[in-house]
Design a binder for this molecule. Structure first.
Ligand SMILES: [Fe+2]
Ligand SMILES: [Fe+2]
Length: 184
């Protein structure tokens, strides 16, 4: 099933970014001067790639198909996670806006928001891997093509051509940009 592979790859990219974000936030909470643009770029990734693209794909096409085959309680739970994630991401975006490199108080507020958001999203991804993917594999054969087409359309409409590549380049740039940042 191709759609499961695509979503799995997107989850892996999200997990890599979250681990870099946690590293940067821990350093910021200690008062290290983490460049603000690291948090700004990751914040954009969370809003555009995770919410407007990845979550939108799941909500627009996968969840309705799963409801048709009776997986309502699973879909309710995952959709509620997306909603909670939106609130936590908004809070995180506020702390990123107010971040001042070298200011430990601002860094601690940012780190708390990062922890709440990443805890939710990491658990959510684990639940999707263990429960959503097997449920998708149970869908009828034609559903996979339907999902892949809808996902391609959302990708173009929501993030535009080339943005995926730009995000991957951003992810690849993070280790270098965090080179001087030490783990607490
Ligand atoms: Fe999800
Ligand atoms: Fe997902």
């Amino acid at each position: 099933m191709k759609a499961v592979d695509t979503l799995g790859e997107e989850h892996n990219a999200v997990l890599v970014v979250l681990s870099r974000l946690k590293q940067a936030a821990r350093a910021a909470a200690e008062g290290q001067e983490v460049p603000a643009d690291v948090f700004i770029d990751i914040g954009e990734f969370l809003s555009v790639f995770v919410d407007r693209c990845h979550h939108a794909k799941e909500e627009a096409v996968i969840f309705p198909l799963l409801r048709e085959q009776g997986d309502n309680s699973l879909v309710d739970r995952l959709a509620a996670d997306h909603e909670t994630g939106r609130h936590l991401a908004a809070e995180l975006a506020r702390t990123i806006e107010n971040y001042i490199p070298g200011n430990a108080d601002a860094g601690q507020r940012l780190a708390q928001a990062v922890e709440a958001y990443s805890n939710l999203l990491e658990q959510h991804i684990q639940d999707e891997t263990e429960l959503l993917f097997p449920a998708m594999i149970r869908l009828r054969r034609e559903a996979d093509l339907q999902i892949v087409r809808a996902c391609d359309r959302i990708e173009v409409e929501e993030i535009g051509e080339g943005t995926h590549e730009r995000f991957h380049a951003m992810i690849d740039s993070l280790p270098g940009r965090l080179e001087g940042v030490h783990q607490g």
